[in-house]
Each structure stands twice: as structure tokens, then as C-alpha cells.
Design a protein around this ligand. Sequence first.
Ligand SMILES: Nc1ncnc2c1ncn2[C@@H]1O[C@H](COP(=O)(O)OP(=O)(O)O)[C@@H](O)[C@H]1O
Ligand SMILES: [Mg+2]
Length: 463
Amino acid sequence: MGVPKKKILVVDSDEIILSSLSGFLSSEGFKTVQAGNIAQARQALGNEDFALVVMDLNLPDGDGFGLLDEITGNYPHTVVIVITNYGTIESAVSAIKRGAYEYLTKPIADDELRVTVERAARQHELIIENESLRSQLEHQYSLENILSQNYKMAKIFDLVEAVADSRTTVLMTGPSGTGKTVLARTIHQRSSRRDKRFVEVSCGALPETLLESELFGYAKGAFTGADGDKQGKFVAANGGTIFLDEIGNASPAFQVKLLHVLQDRQFEPLGSNRTMTVDVRVILATNQDLKEKVRQGEFREDLYYRINVVNIELPPLRERVGDVELLAKHFMRKSCSLHNRQKLGITEDAISLLERYQWPGNVRELENVIERAVVLSRGSYIDVDSLPDSIKYQQNVKEQGFKSMSLKKALAEPEKQIIRQALDSNGWNRQKTAKSLDINRTTLFKKMKQYGLYEEAEKLGLL
Ligand SMILES: Nc1ncnc2c1ncn2[C@@H]1O[C@H](COP(=O)(O)OP(=O)(O)O)[C@@H](O)[C@H]1O
Ligand SMILES: [Mg+2]
């Protein structure tokens, strides 16, 4: 299959001119559609996308300028060439002022038409290309105030939307500060349970028995000091959502209880033989590798399968470098309004330091760094001086590697980052990515393999 032909709409009330123009343009390799008046032109424009319109301004059923305005207003990608009669140069000039690309004067010589149409077609390509560049830059995904321009994150947002309004158990995994809690809240907010409670429990923070009584409650006299019944968090979350954070730290005994609740939404409060039944949506989170914990015998396999129904795996911030600037600016706006400060800018040097940093604390760390910078900054910009030393004086990976590494090795990390970013902004489409990087698909494939990007993408179902 070759490149699809560019389409040109030819508008002229003179049938002979109309068919000769169309015939010539077809022989030049374009697909043409003919219109004898404004009404026909409008209909054609509504039916398909035209790269170019070649139109006479003198039309029988209305003002040619009106049609010109309609095209430039409604079809901004379409390039218009107007045709005027000999001696009506003023109208040609005003057509150009109103957005026509070029004019031709009747009688039209073939060469003149050919050259003009070729130039207009190139202009059309430029418009399309600029537009796609712009949309790549502006491509931004968001769920409420959770932002990203990363393709994997976009997939996660889709998944969140898809599962939100069901009772499916969701397991959030990923390093600390990557957004697990905030996404769990979003799931609750987007479900029909939003009017009931979202109850958060950290399973790592409490000793085993305390955790059990927190979650399941207890009956009066269950232990010394239990001088009344206490309702647990599962009951508090009835009809709503319970968020069990740090699930990787749950003790073996607690794991058994949890399995039981997840299986039939039933449990007994401590010291009680009354079985409680609840309707609760369960979301769990961990920054540990649960599969590995199962292998080590530290996490029950049956529980693992029970909770791993839908797994949302959040990537660390250093793997979505493109998000650093976006999030930094988002947190700047947030912080400025919180601290009643005038809007601040940020210097490019500061941004590039932020982008180079490894972010062990992920988005949470970035949020803190920005808040601190907002408070410290004196002028109207956040610059390098407002950043903490760990970021200001971080070892430059490139400089550090210069002496001790081969050039090939030193270039590997930046190359990997560039490829990852290109894949992200092209939706992990390999053909488009290869094209945008100006390499062929085989080279891209080899490099993806070399840097483990292929396996990563496969694992995430991006290919
Ligand atoms: N994509 C994002 N856009 C905006 N804010 C985010 C994003 N991801 C995380 N945050 C913010 O970063 C902080 C840490 O997120 P959190 O959900 O608590 O991480 P985790 O639970 O994984 O440790 C929170 O203040 C959260 O609002
Ligand atoms: Mg959290």
C-alpha cells in the first residue's frame, strides 16, 4: 500500500474549468472532488478531510469570501488557494488577508498551478506535523488532580476508571511516594460508594492484636480493659471502601483472618462468637515484592491470589522523567496558593537538576522539595539555590562516568532514557517511535531488548 493520495476540493461554477482543473490535479497524483457551488462545497467538506481547497471566489449561490472564512475557521488544517479573474487583484489580496494561502489568476497555466499546489501541499504537511508535535508536548493525562504525561500512567488511569465502580479487590504496588494512597482514594471517589466512608488502615504500624481489634472490633470483656463493645474499621467502612496499606507487613495470624474476610466478607470481633457480615470494597497496598515474599514463605500464597485480582503497579518517578517538570509546576501552584504567595516561575537549571535526580522518595519527595523551595525563594523564580544540597550537589552521572567508563557505557543510560521517553510519547508504538528517533525498527527492537525495555513493556501489556 502506497502513501494515501492527498485530497483536493475544487470549487468553480464553470463546469469546463472545474473538470479541467480536476483532471490536471488528478494526473498530478491527487484525489479530487468537484463542487460547482457553495452548497456542494460545504457538503464535501463535511464528508471528508481535504488537504487543499482550490476555489473560485465568484460563486453562484453566495459569497465566496464567506466560504473561505468557513474553511479557515472550521478546517484549520486545510490550505486554501483562491482563483480570481484577471483584473480583480484587490479581492485576491483580501482573500490572502482572510487566510487563503495563495491566489491564482484566470486563465491558469498548468505550471503555475502545479507549483502553487505543490507548495500548498507542503504547507499542509507542515501544519499537520506541527500539530502532532504540539499535541505530543501537551499530551497530559489526569484523574482529578493526579497528573502525568507518561504512557504507563495513562494506562493506570484507564484501569482505575474501569475498575472503580465495581467491588473488585485492587492491589496497589510500587515504591513509597508513587501515588498508591491517592489512587486508592480516587477509586473510592469514582465508585458509587463515594457517599460512604473510605477507611485507611496501616497494617505495618500496629502490633498484631491491636491491629485485629482495630479492624474487627471486640466484645466487652474480650481482654482486660475491654469495658465495652468496640466497633472495628470493617464495620465503619460498611458500604464503602477499606484501604489496607503496608499489607506486606501483615503477620501470619492476621493473614489468615484477612483471607477469611476477603472470601466471604464475614468475621467475628475479638472475644465474640457473633459473625458480622459487611459489604466492603477492599483496596490493598504495599511497597514490597509480595511474590518474592510468597516464595520466601512470608506471605500466604492463597491470600496473595485472593488479593492480586487487579494489580496496579506504579512506576518510580525516575522512570517517568517527563513527569518531573509537570509535577513540579503543579506543586508550585499548589504551594503558592497554600502559602499565599504570588505565582512563581522556575529556572531551566533548576528543572534540569530535578530531572537528573533519582527521587528515592518519588512524588512525595518532589512535593516536599517544591514546598521548601517555594517557602525559601526570595524572587519570582525558584532557582538552583532554593533546592536542597542533595539535589544541588548530586553527582552528575555523565561527569562521574567520564573517566572510568567507555563512551559506549557512558551513553547507555541517557540513550535508554531517550528511548523510554520516545516510547512513552508514542504510546509504545514501535513504528512511530522508531520514526521519531530516526532509527529503523530493528535497531529500536535491539535497543529495547538491550535495555530491558522490551521485557518491561511486555510485562505491562504495552506491546
Ligand atoms: N501523579 C500525581 N500527581 C499529583 N500528585 C501526586 C501524584 N502521585 C502522587 N502524588 C502526591 O504525592 C504524594 C505521595 O503520594 P501517595 O499516594 O501518598 O504515595 P504512596 O501511597 O505510594 O506512598 C501525595 O501528596 C500525592 O497527592
Ligand atoms: Mg501511601
